[in-house]
Design a protein around this ligand. Sequence first.
Ligand code: AGP
Length: 613
Amino acid sequence: MCGIVGYVGSRRVVPVVLEGLKRLEYRGYDSAGIVYLQDGVLEKHRSEGKLQNLENILGDAIGAPSHIGLGHTRWATHGAPTTENAHPHSDCSGELVVVHNGIIENYHSLRGELQEKGHRFASETDTEVLAHLIEEYLDGDLREAVTKALARVEGSYALGVLWTGMPDTLIAARNHSPLVLGVHDEEGTFMASDVPPLLPYTDKVIFLDDQELAVLRADSQSIYSLKSGKEVEKEVKTIAWNSAMAEKGGYKHFMLKEIFEQPQAIIDTVSGRINPETGSVDLPEMNLSDQDLAGIERIFLVACGTSWHAALVTKYWIERWAGIPVEVDIASEFRYRKLLINDRVLTVAISQSGETADTLAGIRLAKELGSRIVTICNVVGSTMTREAHGTIYTHAGPEIGVASTKAFTSQLAALFLFTLFLAEKRGTMPPEKRLQLGRELIALAGVIEEELPVLQAEIRELIENYYDSRDFLFVGRGLNFPIALEGALKLKEISYIHAEGYASGELKHGPIALIDKEMPILALTPRDAVYQKSISNVEEIKARQGRLILIGTRGDGHLKTITDDVIYLPAVHEELNPILYTIPAQLLAYEIASRRGCDVDQPRNLAKSVTVE
Ligand code: AGP
């Protein structure tokens, strides 16, 4: 997915934009470019591959005495990742440039129309159409020209525009692709696809909504509705993330930093939301009244990837403790099945980024069908949080590594709170039970904090026998089945080892055919309600010489009679095992990928947030 950074202000623009693009590298890209205005001329530099290539061709231009410009990292969707296709793209005159995230779905017809009018195209991209379309409507007023051009466009865009005719102005516009403004009295005005590029300069941000356009100058920002053309008032939010939080903090990779940030992320997500004396849960931003709640007969949980695994765990929790039927859907499937949804259904979208296209489309559909929408999200002001009726924010801080870690365990913490909230409102859990579980959730962060360094050392040693495996199986039962799926996803997405997660009981229905003395199998076997069944499954694997790694409860000596490779975890309330048992699975994936020399934070082919379908 692409990244945009724009700036107009007192600083020299090239270093600001370049540093900002570096902070967006996690989004995944395969070419980059920058443009700035100097002495009335637009200086454009573009390159294939990583930002270092762009820096190399910039040379002395890094110090250019310009104070307005745009930058872009492109993840190819239309047209190969070449320099010609890299953004920014220009109109025929070369006096207007655009950078763009998203997909212009009707670019073919627009391109044909513009070519008939004599416009000459230099790239294969859909984005270049925007430059020529704006040029077509340009008659002295850039805002008017961009507004008219976007009225012709179908599809998604986060857009930055710069024109020599208005040398002190940037135009920003968004529709179904995130764009955030940074504002600061002295520093000037920033625009970016996400928050990290803004953090070194300001914590004051404005999130653009769909169909909004902003006119940006060093000392002012005016925002307009593209539909009505009228100026709109927008709230300036304060981001509680400092710049350091978005840096690696001394860790080798963002992912490792974020694994170790999980105790704090859980504490920050839970604190202030649960009364440690009564266990009563307070989630005001969810905007769900007792009356709304009383009308709910079913809950749909909708998500993708790791967030979908959080949904699978939550089904167990809600059905057991709140007594409400729960359906779980992968968002990309949810949209294409016959949905029996009405106003007695609550749809909960789970998303770290709040921008995942499939999940976003799912909640829009559910909303149309009458469902109330709540989102569990980690990014303040992201699209999902503004389209849902209510939100439960995870407070994990910026998650830069493509593989989700702290956002996942924070989602589980938030969803456990949600379960306690539902149980309290429906009177399905005795207050003393709620108090006990609430206290155990709060205490869990300390348990994880204590275990992390020990686990990392054990697992770093353990993987020497496994890092060169070709395949891996993860198995778990009940609440830990989704964690087996999550462990497999973590390993495959950062180490490129083929890994599969299965319900332990499912092995004998096919996967056991894979077991031989080469095949590593990680089994989650805590002392819980399904322990004996899990051990029986593990014995089946052992009987076929499978290479077993067991993760179980400290003190369970029986596990050592099955295999030497046992990772022990402290006993916690079994309802909270999914959060605790995720940690070794994350560390296993991280240590193996790191040992294999993989690009842990930016795995090949992946983006941090999939904002295209
Ligand atoms: C998880 O490690 C992956 N990066 C991916 O599966 C991710 O969970 C999925 O794309 C959903 O993203 P979201 O939570 O931002 O919606």
